[in-house]
Design a protein around this ligand. Structure first.
Ligand SMILES: Nc1nc2c(c(=O)[nH]1)N[C@H]1C(S)=C(S)[C@@H](COP(=O)(O)O)O[C@H]1N2
Ligand SMILES: [Mo]
Length: 406
């Protein structure tokens, strides 16, 4: 059992025993008396106002409610980092416009030695900076394949595989800021919350988007990022400052962070109790908590692409694993009957993902493309992802239909 799953197991026991600060099992029961979790996830705001600030052209994005999914074809020919103009956006509500000059971050809670501490953007910029290449991926990335590929019904945003991106994030380590704020030795959990509008769903105000993480992770590799790909953090991605939690599901990386609670008791929020738990026949009734991402692959093309039959064709794609560098990627162009090893096509800084390619001369007709990645620890993509009612962590090999025409 790794550190994260031990933490998840402890928190599950805390939750069941009612040792829950912030959002309790009773709160959850009240909420589920009003609406099913599935309905809460489906609910989308009634307003027609734009929720994302940057342009969302058709060739780069698929719009899904308040969210925008990157089209994989738009990553072909791009470098390792996903440019801001095509980086996916996942908004529970809408992008707030925050004035960086008047913004400040409040660190508070009984896990501090003294009073709340405040940091302006200038304060953060004066602290030692670090730049890291980190993958941000929604826990629901690939969710639509539970339906289309496994015939299972799940609730939530029907993402294809484009709720993932890799960027260069520059900022200050959360550990630096927590230590300056006077972190107590017995603090256990840290909970950043967003300044975007409260998430109201099924008629219930769930408060600001927030999700706890253990102090161990917070002090390890978490960043408070104020730049993305060398630019000030764009509005849609958390301007002026967001949290970046490497290897964890996207919801951990709270955008537009306004406050961080530090607690000597376990913290809970709807985002680690109601949502972002695995529910279903394979899991405990309380749901199985989880934090880390899985292993996945995607071709840089649109399903249904038509190639020229008999012409040399270069298939390209990317694979990524939260558990380490990609060891190899096997590709099938015949529905999984035969497999060939793809070539690495570029280096993989900080193992955020691996770009690969494979040459192919398609015969005329219909074909099914598959890519299966294996990481250095031997984790590999299964044929079938583990069913859970909210459709998280789809890691199975995806079947991509294409054709070749004479
Ligand atoms: N404050 C706030 N932070 C948030 C969210 C949000 O809606 N509000 N969405 C989360 C989710 S579910 C994901 S997957 C990532 C997406 O980051 P991106 O929009 O920069 O791609 O942000 C996370 N941080
Ligand atoms: Mo997400």
């Amino acid at each position: 059992m790794n550190a994260e799953s031990a933490y998840d197991e402890r928190r599950l026991q805390d939750w069941i025993a009612g040792r829950a600060r912030g959002f309790s099992r009773r709160d959850l029961l009240k909420l589920s008396a009003l609406a099913s979790v599935g309905t809460l996830l489906e609910a989308s705001p009634a307003s027609a106002a734009p929720t994302i600030v940057k342009p969302l052209p058709d060739d780069l994005f698929t719009i899904l409610g308040t969210n925008a999914e990157t089209k994989w074809a738009a990553l072909r020919g791009q470098g390792y980092h996903v440019p801001i103009d095509r980086f996916f956006v996942r908004n529970h509500t809408s992008t707030p416009i925050i004035d960086a000059d008047s913004w400040s971050l409040e660190i508070s809670g009984d896990g501090l030695c003294g009073d709340p501490a405040h940091f302006t953007l200038a304060d953060l910029r004066r602290l030692p900076a670090e730049t890291h290449t980190v993958t941000v991926e929604c826990a629901g990335n690939g969710r639509s394949y539970f339906g289309s590929q496994q015939g299972q019904s799940v609730s939530g945003t029907a993402w294809g595989l484009g709720a993932v991106g890799v960027a260069r994030w520059r900022g200050v380590r959360l550990s630096t800021v927590l230590r300056r704020a006077g972190l107590r030795r017995d603090a256990v959990d840290v909970q950043p919350s967003g300044l975007d509008p409260n998430y109201v769903t099924g008629g219930v105000d769930l408060g600001p988007v927030r999700r706890p993480l253990p102090v161990g992770k917070a002090l390890d590799d978490v960043l408070l990022a104020y730049e993305m790909n060398g630019e000030p953090l764009p509005a849609d991605h958390g301007h002026p400052v967001r949290v970046i939690v490497p290897h964890w599901i996207g919801i951990a990386s709270i955008k537009w962070v306004g406050g961080i609670e530090v607690s000597t008791e376990p913290l809970f929020s709807p985002w680690n109790t109601t949502f972002y738990r695995l529910f279903g026949p394979d899991f405990p009734t309380e749901g199985r908590p989880f934090d880390e991402q899985m292993i996945k692959s995607a071709f840089e093309l649109a399903p249904g692409t038509v190639f020229a039959a008999g012409a040399p064709t270069r298939l390209t794609g990317r694979s990524w694993s939260a558990n380490g560098p990609i060891q190899h990627v096997d590709v099938s162009t015949d529905g999984g009957t035969t497999w060939r090893r793809a070539r690495r096509s570029a280096p993989s800084p900080e193992a955020a993902w691996q770009q690969w390619e494979l040459d192919w001369e398609p015969a005329s007709g219909a074909h099914e493309l598959l890519a299966r990645a294996t990481d250095v620890h031997g984790n590999t993509q299964p044929d079938v992802a583990r069913y859970n009612t909210l459709g998280y962590l789809f890691d199975a090999v995806v079947r991509v239909p294409v054709t070749a025409a004479p």
